[in-house]
Design a protein around this ligand. Sequence first.
Ligand SMILES: Nc1ncnc2c1ncn2[C@@H]1O[C@H](COP(=O)(O)OP(=O)(O)OP(=O)(O)O)[C@@H](O)[C@H]1O
Length: 950
Amino acid sequence: MMVTIKGQSKKMGHQCRILDTWQTPSGTRTETTREFGFGFVLVMSPQSHAKKRKLVIEWLNSILSDLSLPAEASDEELRACLLDGTVLCRIVNMLRPNSLDQGGYLENSSVLQSENVKLFLATMDEMGIPRFELSDLEKGSMKTVVNCLLALKIHSISSIDDSSAISTITKAESIDGDASSPGSLPPLFDEEIRKASPGLKYQCAMHNPLNEPSAEPSAAVPQHVGHKFHDVLQLKKVCYVELPVANILEMLESSNLDNAPTQSLLNVLYGILDQSVKTKDDEMTHHVACLLRKVVQEIGRRLSTQADHLRNQNNMYRALEEKHGSRIRELEALVSATRKEIKNVNMKMEEKQKVEKQEMMKLVKENEKYIHEIAALKKELEIAGMMDKFCSREIEAEAKAAIAILQTRIKDLENLLAGSKNKLKDLESSSESKCQRWNMKEKIYQSSINFQLKAMQDLRSTSEAIKQEIMETTKSYSVELNHLESKVKALTDAAENYHEVLDENRKLFNELQDLKGNIRVYCRIRPFLPGETEKLSVVENISENRKLVIANPSKPGKDGKRSFKFNKVFGPDSTQGEVFSDIQPFVKSVVDGYNVCIFAYGQTGSGKTYTMTGPNGATEEEWGINYQALNLLFRVSQSRRKHVLYEVGVQMVEIYNEQVRDLLSSDGSPRKYPYFEQDRLTKWNMHPVISTSDVLDLMDTGFKNRAVSATALNSRSSRSHSIVTIHVRGKDLKTGTVLYGNLHLVDLAGSERVDRSEVTGDRLKEAQHINKSLSSLGDVIFALAQKSPHVPYRNSKLTQVLQSSLGTSFIFILKLQKPSPGGKAKTLMFVQLNPDATSYSETMSTLKFAERVSGVELGAARSSKEEKDARELMEQIASLKDTIAEKDEEINRLKSIKDPKPRTSKHLRIEGSMALRTDSTKPTASIRNIVYKLHFDQTSFPKVTMIMKV
Ligand SMILES: Nc1ncnc2c1ncn2[C@@H]1O[C@H](COP(=O)(O)OP(=O)(O)OP(=O)(O)O)[C@@H](O)[C@H]1O
């Protein structure tokens, strides 16, 4: 306990703050302060332990009369007195009668003495008094014990009357002998307290070691009235009503009440109230009332101070509780974590134990297995031992028998050995003779080997000679090869010349054509048809295939006969193939850039359509000129495809009643023909074709669109001119030259006279248009023949459309084309005749028209000199063709030398196919054949291939 002096009052007394420092059971050090008012305060020095012990002993002796401890007892004596805890428990029972049960402690029980002390200490804790530890009491320092008891003593006094504490302290000071401090109380102070508090026997007992009975206070009252107010407060039986006003004022004015003990104040309070009740005085004097109020205020103030103090303590305990609570939570968390860890460890341990247990079981099983095996082996061993014994006995017996046999055998062998020795001697003698024979044989073989070696040397020399020969042959072969190359070179030159020759050929051919005439007239007489019964023909004779004699059926004899001469006359038996073979050169010249016009003229039913197109559903042999010409063009263009790129286009129009209609348009409706712009002709609804089947399809369309109507003369009489135009554009891949040619194939409408066809109205109009256009055609041809400055092309649509093929106007079309050697277009007219006598007049009319056309050109051809020239040219062409054929053969021969390998199936196939085309009588075919062959063999003979490309 530490007491500090706070300050000094105005007149008397001091205020004292008592700082209690103690340790809680958990070891926390706690401090509390309490303020007391004192008349004077003594500060106790640290050396006063012995004095404190003395005070404590006195106090104990005073409250426990049977204790009788000597006042100067030592710490150990005090320890011995207190050690069993009985004294301590008795003190508590005295101070707090209900805190410990009567039987709550056991006197003189050495076993449970510590329990007594613990009870005491628990009570101290409850009371908030600084306690000591059990160990202190048992063997430690007694200071804490003495302090605790002293605090208990002070607490017991202060709880009843703080003045007791003052008294105790004062008394302690007086014991210390340190009474020199100002304000120290007089020695009778205790006595006065006892007198002022007669009702508090307990307090008196505490202060009176002799336990003196309390004095009667009533006798002392008059003596104390008028004394100091402090003394007054100590008296319970004061008559406050009778107190002088001066004294009450003094009490009110001064701060004495502040320093007065609470019990004194309560005494005053109770006294006033008792007296007021006893006296039954309704009116309390004002002064007494003021005093009462003052006292009540003071008591309230103190109560609030104590409440604050308790609140502070409470807060402090709460803070401590929270702090400990958080620590407890932490510890709990730690404990739970530790428990989990322990659990995991336990699980792992259990698993490990399981595994070990399983392994253990395995080992045990294995062990058992080994034990069994060992036992089995032992048994086997025993059996084997027994068997061994048995066997050894048998072996011994056998050995004995064997020894006996062997001994007899040895004897036999010895006999044999003797015989063998004799035989050996014989053998030695025979081997010597054999050895001699072998030596002789060896000599013979040696001589044979020598002979063979010599033969081998001869062979080597022979092989060398052969090698030499091969070398020489190779050399000669290379010389020959060089020779061959030079020959090939010559051939190459020849091939190049071939191109030139070909051009020349073309030129000559056209010149020949020119000489023959650019307008050629062929006459064809159709046979009688199956339905025609009257078999009287107007054709008298056809001679040299050129002359035709017509007989007038109504005029027999010479007068009725008239002869006509044409370029060719085809009788009724002539086939389509024969007719076409004669016009092939014309058609071919189209791919060389010429314009050709072939048309059929004749009366209705005379066979124009048959010649130009063929019969309905014609087979390939029955194909007319249209199809065959196109087929030929495709064949030629195909054969030249490596050198010339050809494009072929087809147009098909008809002229009906002087209107041009496109027969290949899908709707077949008439269209205006662009006759004023000739160069647009080629673009006008031209259909590109790449094969004969394309052409057939197109023509089918065209013929379906063609206007057909029945007349009295022919069930399939065409009343329009049909014109199939084939445009051919060829680009020479080597030179880039573009050649352009066209072929007009014209199937004219019937040329019969109007009066015979018995038509009227529209049919008459059609016939008139047809006659007019045919007449215009004749006029144009005649004008061309006369070299007239004006050619009447525009008189009809027919002549306008055919203008390009009939005369000089082709120049307009072939702007990019070099004029051909002939310089003109070529026209071929088929004059179709009906042999029936009934058609005589129409036949004559047709023939006269043809004669008119033919006569013009034939006049030019009739010159005998020109005919001679033509013959010469033909001979030249024939000799050139022969030369080319010879070259072909030479190339073939050279090739067979160069490439002696057996031909593959591919080669044979190609050759075979070529052979089909090859005609020995036609050198051109032979040349084409060679070109193909060389192309396929170019890997072995590339140079020739390159050269031979035309
Ligand atoms: N050389 C021929 N051989 C066999 N039959 C033929 C020959 N020429 C014509 N005919 C037949 O004669 C008939 C009439 O021929 P085609 O129709 O060709 O005459 P056309 O002159 O074209 O008549 P149109 O002017 O009315 O068209 C047809 O049945 C045809 O088959």
